[in-house]
Structures are given as C-alpha cells and as structure tokens.
Ligand binder design. Structure first.
Ligand code: B4P
Length: 191
C-alpha cells in the first residue's frame, strides 16, 4: 500500500493538494477536518464536542480522532491501494497510534509531505477562504490560535517522521500545479 501523510500548518494546501493526489494515484482519502465538519453538520454528539474545540482553534482530543481513523481503516483496508491522510496525524500520540494501526495491516507510512508556507501567507489565504467558506474557524483570532497550536502540538510530528527518514519538504508557495509537480516527484521516489 502507498500511504501518504499530507502535513502542514492550517491553510498550507493540504486539502487542495489532496484532490490532486486522489486524481493521480487513485488512493483512498481521509481528512479528519472533513469528518469532524460532517459530524457537526449532522448534529451528532461527537460533532457537538468537536465544535467546542474547533471554534477555539484547539485540537479535538486524540482518542476521538484515533477512533475515527481506526473505523475508516476498518472499512477500506481490503480494497485500498493506499491512503492519503489529510490533516492527520496532528500530535505525536496520533502519529504513534497510526504506526500501530498500520502495522496491523502489514503496512506503513511511505512519505510525509511537509508543505512549507510562511505565516503571513497562511493568514491571507485563510481570511480569504473565510469570506466564502462559512467555516467558523476561518477568522483572525481563531486562525492565530490554530497557528499557535500547530507550532506547539503539531510540528513535533515532523521530528517523529524525520527519525524514520520519511519526510519530504515541499515549498508550498506558488501555483497549485507547480507545487503538485514537486509533490508528485516526492511520492514517486517514495514508492
Ligand atoms: P482542517 O480541516 O485540516 O483544516 P486546515 O488545516 O485549515 O487545512 P485545509 O486542508 O482545510 O486547508 P488548505 O490548506 O487546503 O482542520 C480544521 C480543524 O479541525 C483543526 O483546526 C482542528 O480543530 C480539527 N482537526 C482536524 N484534524 C484533527 C486532528 N487530526 N486532531 C485534532 N484535531 C483535528 O487550504 C487553505 C486555503 O488556501 C484554501 O482556500 C485554498 O484554496 C488556498 N490555497 C491552497 N493552496 C494554495 C496556493 N498554492 N496558493 C494560494 N492559495 C492556496
């Protein structure tokens, strides 16, 4: 299986480039952010819990997220050629859990694509998206909290994958197609 983690701060292009990855490699795709927003829009108990955290720019507790990934893998593992993990893992505990879960399917992460984008560009993109997205977390105060949470809780995940030799740094500024060309090169050499 070709398992890819698409990694980066909020607004770095994870969701955007995941769409290109899906088209090119026909892999399964899981976005924890999308799963959580689905729970919120369908008014589930999990959605209510997630909303409390997401509106403040905080991470949703690890056990909730790991449970969602566990059920996702349970449903797709027999047919999938591989999985794109979009916005997951976001903590070292999530990365360790993913390793353990993938081991049970005799597979592992092939590459972590680390999208690098300067903070002022991230803020500009998310404010712009906020004008049309209807997302309650795309406002300046929440964006600043999300960036802070990324630097403190999520960035250490990179060291976890660096120790395993599984990180490809990708310059995430420029045209979506030019960025994807670099992504494709990194994925093809990890295959
Ligand atoms: P996510 O849904 O993952 O949201 P995100 O970080 O903002 O990234 P997204 O993929 O949506 O945006 P993209 O960079 O593609 O998470 C939302 C929240 O859910 C988190 O804050 C957290 O509370 C919770 N959550 C999710 N996963 C979790 C986990 N594992 N553990 C705990 N909590 C979790 O794009 C942003 C914008 O940039 C778009 O408008 C796009 O059009 C634009 N853009 C993209 N590429 C561009 C380029 N090259 N140039 C110009 N603009 C570009």
């Amino acid at each position: 299986m070709l398992n890819i983690v698409i990694f980066g701060p909020p607004g770095s292009g994870k969701g955007t480039q995941s769409e290109n990855l899906i088209k090119t490699y026909q892999l399964e795709h899981v976005s924890t952010g999308d799963l959580l927003r689905h729970e919120i829009s369908t008014n589930t108990q999990l959605g209510a819990l997630a909303k409390k955290h997401m509106d403040k720019g905080e991470l949703v507790p690890d056990e909730v997220i790991i449970g969602m990934i566990d059920s996702f893998l349970d449903k797709c593992s027999t047919t999938a050629k591989g999985v794109i993990f979009d916005g997951f893992p976001r903590t070292v505990a999530q990365a360790e859990a993913l390793n353990d879960l993938l081991k049970t399917y005799n597979t592992e992460v092939a590459v972590t694509l680390n999208l690098e984008v300067p903070e002022d560009e991230l803020i500009t993109r998310l404010i712009e998206r906020g004008k049309t997205s209807g997302r309650s977390d795309d406002n300046l105060d929440t964006i600043k909290s999300r960036l802070d949470v990324y630097n403190k809780q999520t960035k250490p995940v990179l060291d976890f994958y660096k120790k395993l030799g599984k990180v490809a740094d990708i310059k995430g500024v420029g045209s979506i197609d030019a960025i994807f060309a670099d992504i494709k090169q990194a994925v093809d050499s990890a295959k």
